[in-house]
Structure formats: C-alpha cells, structure tokens
Design a protein around this ligand. Structure first.
Ligand code: HEC
Length: 187
C-alpha cells in the first residue's frame, strides 16, 4: 500500500512539474512572439520610411532602450533580453550558464539537426530561463549582420563608430545569430 501511495505521489509530482514547465513555456512563447512582432515592425517601418540607414540608426540607438521599455510591460517575475556569442552590443554577451546553451545551439546547427523552437533551463533557485534561437531568417538580417564587404558603407561606418568591438558581421543565411532569453522567476 505504501509503495502504491509513493508511486502515486511520484506520478503526481511528475505530472505537476510537467504542467508547470509547459505553462511557463506557453507564457514565455507568447511574450517572445509579442516582442518579436514589436521589434520587427519597428525596424521594418524605419526601413520603409527612411531606408536601410534609418533602420540601422534605429537598431543602434533605440532598440536596446525599446527592449528595456518592453520589459516594463511584463509581469514582475518575467524579464527578456537578447544575447549573442558574437555580440554587437557589449551588454548583450551571455552569462556563463547562458553561454552553454548558446554553444548548444551552435552545435545543433553544425550537426545538421533541426533547431528546437526553444530550450528550457532551470537554475538552483528553481527559476526558468527559456531560450529562443534567433536565426538569420530573412535577407534583411544580412544587410546588417552579413559579410562585411557586402554591408552598405555608411551603415558599416555607423556600426564601427558605435561598436568598436562589433563581432556581429559575416553571418550567413539560416545561421544562429543569438537568442532571446526569457527568465521566469518562481514567485
Ligand atoms: C538595420 C540593421 C539591422 C538589421 C536589419 C538587423 N539587425 Fe540585428 N542588430 C543590429 C544592431 C545595430 C544591433 C545592436 C543593437 C544594440 O545596441 O543592442 C543588433 C543586435 C542584434 C542582436 C542582439 C545581440 C547583439 O549582437 O548585440 C541579435 C540577436 C540580432 N541583432 C539578430 C538579428 C536578426 C536575426 C536579424 C534579421 C531578422 C537582424 N538582427 C536584423 C542591426 C540590425
């Protein structure tokens, strides 16, 4: 009887845990889509109004601030950031635990395997980090992250003056460029 109760208890715990994880993934995915929609709309509208240079100026001077503003719209225990192992913004380099997951994305890519839509990591405090890979999914990414020699000269100069340690060129189509990380703290 005791064994049965214990088995039931374990099953329940497992089911409960899966449910918590699933609902956190669901919540994070909704936040991610909203963020992606917001930022890509803004970049697109800048480019269609004022050309690529205007879009580049927006990305260089306003996108980081926009991400901060977006964070203010989220629940207190939820936060979002963009990171990359080959970062342009010096503030967008991942922390140690995050670096491992970004390396995992690169490894998956190099193994000709399909990238998962997200990877979930849990830390010792029970907080979740949900990683959404950010890939060179459209031609437009290349105009600011593609081969240096292919990038518009003025745009290149703008980035060079703003980011002296810019590592975010020479990416090819489909490549993992970085990730959006959504952290959900246990309340
Ligand atoms: C008009 C130029 C432009 C376009 C188009 C563009 N980016 Fe960027 N991207 C930038 C700039 C500038 C930054 C640095 C922003 C900052 O200071 O935080 C950046 C930052 C990033 C970052 C954050 C990490 C880092 O390196 O600082 C990721 C991830 C990223 N871009 C992915 C993409 C992807 C994927 C696409 C295509 C869907 C894309 N970008 C299109 C200019 C651009």
């Amino acid at each position: 009887m005791k064994a049965l109760l214990l088995a039931l208890f374990i099953c329940e715990a497992v089911v409960a845990n899966v449910t918590v994880k699933d609902s956190i993934i669901q919540e994070a995915t909704a936040v991610y889509h909203k963020f992606h929609e917001m930022l890509s709309q803004k970049v697109k509208s800048q480019i269609s109004q004022g050309g690529l240079y205007k879009g580049a100026e927006f990305c260089a001077n306003e996108s980081f601030e926009n991400i901060k503003e977006f964070n203010k719209t989220l629940a207190d225990n939820v936060s979002l950031k963009r990171v990359s192992l080959k970062n342009r913004n010096p503030n967008s380099y991942p922390q140690d635990d995050e670096r491992k997951i970004l390396e995992a994305f690169d490894l998956i890519e190099k193994s000709n395997a399909y990238l998962p839509s997200e990877i979930v990591q849990m830390n010792e405090e029970g907080d979740y980090k949900i990683y959404f890979p950010s890939t060179m999914s459209s031609k437009s990414c290349k105009s600011c992250h593609g081969a240096k020699k292919g990038v518009n000269e003025e745009v290149y100069e703008l980035f060079k003056s703003k980011y002296p340690n810019d590592k975010a060129f020479d990416f090819v189509s489909g490549q993992v460029r970085g990730a959006v990380i959504i952290t959900v703290k246990q309340k």
